[in-house]
Design a protein around this ligand. Structure first.
Ligand SMILES: [Fe+2]
Length: 157
């Protein structure tokens, strides 16, 4: 007999999902800080437009940071909360001293593509564990970010 947790999910499978969610959380924290850095450091003709857009983007990222951490707690896990851990396991790298608008948008695009791929994997993992809560969260993020990727790519064109 496999063990189930307080919300009726297989404990071992939930632990695996927690592990993946902590990697996702770490990657979000770096993508968030990168977007925040672009908001501050951007220069040039598109300053006003991009400064505002990057703020919109980092606010969306920050909302998810909290939702992911609280999903981890819901699954009986512990969310990572130290930047030393985030840097170690994030799949997104820190971006430093980028002030060019196109370079910043390209960097964010690459980060979103990483996040979307990770979320697709977690969606599958959650499906296998009948973890509808995590699956629907991932589905919502993927839908929102696929659209954002289209818009960022259109900007670069
Ligand atoms: Fe600001």
């Amino acid at each position: 007999m496999s063990q189930v947790n307080a919300i009726g999910l297989n404990s071992a499978k939930s632990e695996d999902i927690v592990k993946s969610l902590n990697t996702l959380l770490s990657s979000y924290q770096i993508q968030y800080m990168n977007a925040r850095g672009f908001h501050w450091n951007i220069k040039g003709r598109n300053f006003f437009e991009l400064h505002v857009k990057f703020e919109e983007i980092y606010n969306l990222l920050l909302l998810k940071v909290d939702e992911i951490a609280e999903r981890i707690l819901t699954l009986d896990g512990a969310p990572l909360h130290a930047f030393s851990d985030y840097l170690e396991i994030s799949k997104i790298k820190e971006a430093k001293n980028i002030s060019d608008g196109e370079a910043a948008v390209e960097n964010l695009l690459a980060g979103y593509s990483t996040l979307i791929n990770m979320q697709r994997e977690i969606l599958e993992q959650a499906g296998d564990a009948q973890d509808e809560g995590t699956a629907s969260l991932m589905g919502d993020y993927i839908t929102e970010q696929e659209k954002l990727v289209w818009m960022l790519k259109a900007y670069l064109n």
